[in-house]
Design a protein around this ligand. Structure first.
Ligand code: ADP
Length: 207
């Protein structure tokens, strides 16, 4: 049999080694993600930032504004396509090295369907569930962020309420998708440095 007759092996698809930052809007995922992303061999990707980097001339940019201004999730197909495109370009520009780096994801997967679509893409090793039992504290943090980061979706109380409802209804089931063994519950009302310390203690064990 000549070499050209050899059966073609399917390409081995490597899943990205991933940790998920999970929690309600305002729980501090972005704060922790940015810090973790500065550690060598960790790459932070916040899905909301990927959307915010689009311009309004871009059709997806307009779709993003339409949904996020109502506190709703952008439809899954658009979201996952954009996210994949972003990760691919981070790989080809050499900013993310999947064979070496751990992906620190924040804001995706944001419902069980996205988790299902990404089943063959993500190898989730740990989920850091930043909890905040006090709704008012979350609202207060979001309103402060609205001013600091010029985020329109944080400025309006009705939109904030809608986002918290979306989180309870659509996003929380992601925890069930991955199951309790991966989930590490962390009290996000602690100081950021204490939250970070807990995350790092766990990462050091699971890597
Ligand atoms: P927060 O920091 O409040 O959790 P994000 O910056 O992650 O908010 O997201 C802002 C908005 O971007 C969301 O309200 C939603 O409209 C959109 N978005 C971000 N990530 C996703 C996602 N994975 N699926 C659908 N929509 C998303």
């Amino acid at each position: 049999m000549s070499s050209s007759d050899q059966p073609v092996k399917p390409a081995k698809t490597e899943r990205y080694r991933t940790i998920l930052l999970f929690g309600a809007p305002g729980a501090g995922k972005g704060t922790q993600g940015k810090i973790l992303g500065t550690i060598p061999q960790f790459y932070h990707c916040a899905c909301g930032d990927v959307f915010r980097n689009l311009t309004i001339e871009n059709e997806l940019g307009r779709i993003f504004v339409e949904y996020s201004s109502r506190g709703q999730l952008v439809p899954d197909e658009h979201t996952v396509r954009l996210w994949r495109r972003n990760i691919d370009s981070m790989c080809s520009s050499g900013r993310f090295h999947p064979e070496r780096d751990t992906l620190v994801l924040d804001g995706i997967p944001r419902n069980a369907h996205q988790a299902e679509i990404l089943r063959d893409t993500l190898d989730v090793r740990a989920i850091f569930y930043l909890t905040c039992p006090d709704m008012n504290k979350l609202v207060e943090r979001l309103q402060r962020r609205a001013l600091r980061e010029n985020r329109l979706d944080d400025a309006n109380l009705d939109v904030i309420r809608a986002r918290l409802e979306t989180y309870e209804r659509d996003t929380k089931p992601v925890l069930d998708f991955y199951g309790p063994n991966l989930v590490h519950v962390i009290d996000s009302t602690k100081k950021p440095v204490e939250v970070l310390q807990e995350i790092l203690n766990i990462i050091a064990k699971v890597r």
